[in-house]
Ligand binder design. Structure first.
Ligand code: F6P
Length: 533
């Protein structure tokens, strides 16, 4: 397997980076009249502006040539055609089939279609009030219990699509094993009108199973065990139906996902059942259509104009050639407030790795630390560092031309005016980061030259959300493909999971937990003393 750093293009990019490291973004932006045309792209309703990145057209050409040298187009083809791209787990990664029911693999297309139909029918029953609890009352609250990819996608999409939600159905999300999470939700809920979605691909995740058991206990306390309350109040989404059944969930209440969908790539599946219930199957289909439009773009557009490819290549440029170790995701949309969290998992769990698919250690950096927040709030917390800190953090700004108005609590004029101020703030921040204020002196000085991409949408609607999700999924794939790592496993996470189980055991042991490092052993002892164990 070829080490990316041994390619001709990697070497050329390294040389080329010495020019860009001393370039001025202000000059690049002012001196090149074709820069905006060269570095701005559109797909669907999204306008993507890379002109505030520390790149030139030549940089892009060289990055695209790197992609070609490392057979990126073949790897994209392999992804879509169901090749085993998740080598360590010996699976394809067919999340794109979730939004393209005419998948080339007929077996896959069929199960996707069937399952989507089942989930749609079910969500319509709940939305219409025809699905009633054991005491005959309609379900009014849906609680998703899941973690990681079985939480972050649904919670993000549910918030993002606020104006499209059916207001008579409330959604809650429980992820943390900290009992405070489920406790804080349950004490406000009525068991007679509450339904739980147990969302776990593996159905072995400790957090989810523990919270699921707590939820079932809570239902039992109020609804008793005589009636078959599980059938009316609990459903599951999993690839491990037998484990769900052994918890007492009837078969008809189990929605399938498959091992060929990675948890963090599963937002377009029944994992988003809570979202489907809250926004309705038609809106959910629009989300799938939006994601599919980007899949088509990713699959068929030349690398030089392929937006997710360019997002990935520019991220590699920032990480490997300009040496920036962080990346910020700044969403100028309150409804998109969970998108940075969602992307933290998508990017870092996928590409936070240092072993290539052939088992060799990489010879370059991989995923930057991805952090983020919602504008304008983040301006009043960590933006100071973005502007003047000693670390340069390339950023993505996401903003929409039209606001998401969903009620008449405020007059339309007021709403529009306020949204204008939001947009002005977004544009001002990316401009300030790029240009700075070197004319000021002393500590007021800001050097600028801090790169960013702006993604400008028309409005945050289901289709646009689907587009955004797929853009970042394919950006992540592009980066993994260039780095020759497997973006679809998460071996690092497993180590802590296994240890947690053994430490849990030791917490209540009076002696015999000597098999730990000195710090862990000391923490165990102090814990026991303070709990009086
Ligand atoms: O954090 C590890 C992980 O396996 C994620 O990849 C996944 O999204 C999450 O746990 C939840 O897994 P499951 O859906 O199997 O409960």
């Amino acid at each position: 397997m070829i080490d990316p750093t041994d390619t001709q293009q990697w070497k050329e990019l390294s040389e080329h980076s010495s020019l860009l490291k001393v370039a001025s973004l202000e000059e690049l932006l002012n001196d090149d009249s074709s820069r905006i045309e060269d570095l701005s792209f559109e797909v669907g309703s999204l306008h993507v502006d890379f002109s505030k990145q520390l790149v030139t057209k030549d940089t892009i050409n060289k990055l695209v040539a790197l992609g070609k040298e490392l057979n990126l187009s073949d790897k994209i083809h392999d992804l879509f055609s169901g090749e085993i791209v998740n080598i360590s787990e010996n699976r394809p990664a067919l999340h794109t089939a979730l939004r393209f029911s005419e998948s080339s693999d007929e077996g896959v297309g069929e199960v996707v279609r069937d399952e989507l139909e089942r989930a749609s029918d079910f969500s319509l029953l709940v939305r219409s009030g025809k699905w009633v609890g054991t005491t005959g009352k309609p379900i009014t609250t849906v609680v998703n219990i899941g973690i990681g990819g079985s939480h972050l996608g649904p919670v993000m999409a549910n918030a993002a699509l606020r104006p499209f939600r059916k207001n008579s159905i409330k959604s809650e999300f429980v992820s943390n094993i900290d009992p405070a999470d489920i406790d804080s939700k349950l004490h406000l809920l009525d068991p007679e009108t509450t339904m739980f979605i147990l969302n776990s691909k593996s159905f072995t995740t400790a957090e989810t199973i523990t919270n699921a058991e707590a939820a079932i206990q809570w239902l039992t306390n109020s609804l008793g065990t005589e009636k078959d309350f599980l059938a009316r109040h609990v459903v599951a989404v999993t690839a491990n139906s037998s484990a769900a059944e052994s918890l007492g969930i009837p078969k008809e209440n189990i929605f399938a996902i498959w091992d060929w969908v990675g948890g963090r790539f599963s937002i377009c599946s029944s994992v988003s059942l809570a979202v489907m219930i809250s926004v309705g199957p038609e809106n959910f289909q629009l989300l799938l259509d939006g994601a599919n439009s980007i899949d088509e773009h990713f699959k068929s557009t030349d690398l030089s104009e392929n937006i997710p490819v360019l997002m990935g290549l520019i991220a590699i440029w920032n990480r490997n050639f300009l040496g920036f170790g962080n990346h910020a995701l700044l969403s100028y949309s309150q409804d998109l407030r969970y998108f940075p969290l969602y992307l933290e998992q998508l990017e870092m769990e996928s590409n936070g790795k240092q072993f290539r698919v052939d088992g060799e250690r990489v010879t370059h950096h991989t995923s930057p630390v991805v952090l983020g927040g919602v504008g304008t709030d983040a301006q009043h917390s960590f933006f100071q560092l973005l502007h003047q800190g000693t670390t340069t953090i390339p950023s993505d700004f996401i903003v929409f031309c039209k606001p998401s108005m969903s009620s008449d609590a405020l007059p339309e004029d007021t709403f529009l005016k306020q949204h204008e101020v939001l947009v002005a703030n977004c544009f001002a921040q990316s401009k300030a980061l790029a240009i700075g204020s070197s004319r000021k002196s002393g500590e007021k000085r800001s050097d600028g030259n801090r790169p960013s991409t702006t993604i400008l949408g028309t409005r945050l609607d289901p289709y646009t959300l689907g587009q955004l999700v797929a853009l970042y999924e394919h950006k992540v794939f592009t980066m993994g493909a260039i780095w020759q790592i497997n973006s679809f496993d998460q071996e690092g996470v497993q180590i802590g999971k296994t240890l947690a189980a053994s430490i849990e055991n030791d917490l209540s042991l009076s002696e015999g937990f000597l098999d730990h490092d000195a710090s862990t052993q000391s923490l165990l002892s102090i814990y026991q003393q303070r709990r009086g164990l």
